[in-house]
Design a protein around this ligand. Structure first.
Ligand SMILES: *Cc1c(COP(=O)(O)O)cnc(C)c1O
Length: 429
């Protein structure tokens, strides 16, 4: 008899954790410790040689943080995962084993503003670079890939405009070029989409958002599918050749489908130090227990609010991809069949000025640079998160000056609508 795999809701509560072996504690304890006592000198040597898996020092691994990483790996259907200090740290950690000076990535133009910034400027300090192309056009992606390209990068549900990435089509381009596809799944969460099932190699998260769900933590996760053949050619020497940073260990194929994960711990976390703290991991574990319920409500509320906005004469375009008017409606049915998230933009007739007045008059909505909170959030991207971009890049990124972005929370939807209604009245008076 083949056992049915555990369902998502069950994994969200149980995966990665067992009752504490020392005390029987049912909930994952917060192991607030820096170091771990070795049994003896031989045990210590084996741990440092990766011959035995265990805890050495919390910059590398910690039981609370590992429980979180393993839970998200289970939810995403990956082979392994690492947790790190922020979503942005996760992006660097995902690229780190793949890249060298002179290498590049091909990234979507529709990304979180901070990611466009990180990829346009900051990664250049490492000698890496990014080329931005329209990921709605697989031919454009193909054309941008060159001999130095080491990854494709996109978001499942693109921030801020809610465009949906055609992950299977993008994964085909990545496969042909034999480079990994990295998908930022922050805005969908594994409840709405599991990018690995659509061909992604690595999935990154800002755990700051839906995974934690209540705006208490800054954290990030990298999940490895375990499916990429790092040794097929010489493109990924950190994984396929003797690694000088770890006394010549060849991570792949020695460590098989855990090569990327072990490299990220043994070298990435060890030397870059973008480690998640156990307290943060605890909050995120608590958040994940209710992820499925929250995402259902987020999507339900988003649908009602988006439909209400769309029929309102004060409003121009509403970009929620669950609306039939969205160019991504059909793709959304395929990629996010349980609902295309709760993050979208709408334009206000009256432009920039009306947007600013709307933001200044909301009461229930919080004006913050965040998303994926239980609370409804609003921001004017052009004057905040996407302010560093040129006006042309703002429009391309879905953050035009007459557009506000909302992250619809799980409050009573009548209160969400009432708040938008009164603020729109003042904004367009
Ligand atoms: C917030 C966010 C990030 C960055 O995550 P931090 O935890 O703030 O570092 C990356 N991608 C997306 C889609 C995000 O929403």
């Amino acid at each position: 008899m083949t056992e049915r795999p555990l369902g998502f809701e069950t994994l969200a509560i149980h995966a990665g954790a067992e009752p504490d072996p020392a005390t029987g504690a049912r909930q994952v304890p917060i192991y607030q410790t820096t170091a771990y006592v070795f049994r003896d000198a031989d045990h210590a040597a084996k741990l440092f040689n990766l011959q035995e898996v265990g805890y050495i020092y919390s910059r590398l691994t910690n039981p609370t943080v590992s429980a979180l990483a393993n839970r998200v790996a289970a939810l995403e259907g990956g082979a392994g995962a690492i947790a790190c200090s922020s979503g942005h740290a996760a992006q660097i950690m995902a690229l780190f084993p793949l890249m060298q000076p002179g290498r590049n990535i091909v990234a979507s133009t529709k990304l979180y503003g901070g990611t466009i910034q990180q990829f346009s400027n900051t990664i250049r300090k490492f000698g890496w670079s990014a080329k931005f192309v329209d990921f709605d056009d697989p031919k454009a992606i193909e054309a941008a890939i060159d001999a130095d390209t080491r990854a494709l990068f996109c978001e499942t549900i693109c921030n801020p405009g809610g465009a949906i990435s055609d992950l299977p089509a993008i994964a085909r381009v990545a496969n042909q070029a034999h480079i990994p596809l990295i998908v930022d799944n922050t805005t969908a969460s594994p409840y709405l989409c599991r990018p690995i099932e659509h061909g992604a190699t690595l999935v990154v998260h800002s755990a700051t958002k839906y995974l934690t769900g209540n705006g208490t933590v800054t954290g990030g996760i990298v999940v490895d599918s375990g499916k990429f053949d790092w040794s097929k050619d010489d493109k990924f020497p950190s994984l396929s050749q003797p690694e000088p940073a770890y006394h010549g260990l060849v991570f792949h194929p020695t460590l098989g489908n855990m090569a990327f994960t072990f490299h990220s711990i043994a070298i990435g976390l060890r030397d870059l130090g973008m480690t998640m703290n156990p307290q943060g991991a605890h909050y995120t574990l608590m958040g994940i227990e209710t992820l499925a319920l929250r995402m259902q409500r987020h999507v339900e509320n988003a649908k009602i609010v988006a439909e209400w906005l769309e029929q309102d004469p004060r409003i121009g375009t509403v970009t929620w991809p669950g609306l039939k008017s969205s160019p991504y409606y059909h793709l959304a049915q395929k990629i996010t069949p349980k609902g295309p998230g709760a993050l979208f933009t709408f334009s206000v007739k009256g432009g920039y000025e009306a947007c600013v007045r709307l933001i200044d008059n909301v009461k229930l909505f919080s004006h913050v640079a965040n998303l994926g909170d239980t609370r409804s959030l609003i921001i004017h991207s052009a004057s905040t998160t996407h302010r560093q971009l040129t006006p042309e890049a703002q429009v391309k990124a879905g953050a035009a000056p007459d557009v506000v972005r909302v992250s619809i929370g799980i409050e009573d939807v009548r209160d969400i609508i009432a708040d938008l209604d009164q603020a729109l009245a003042k904004a367009t008076a």
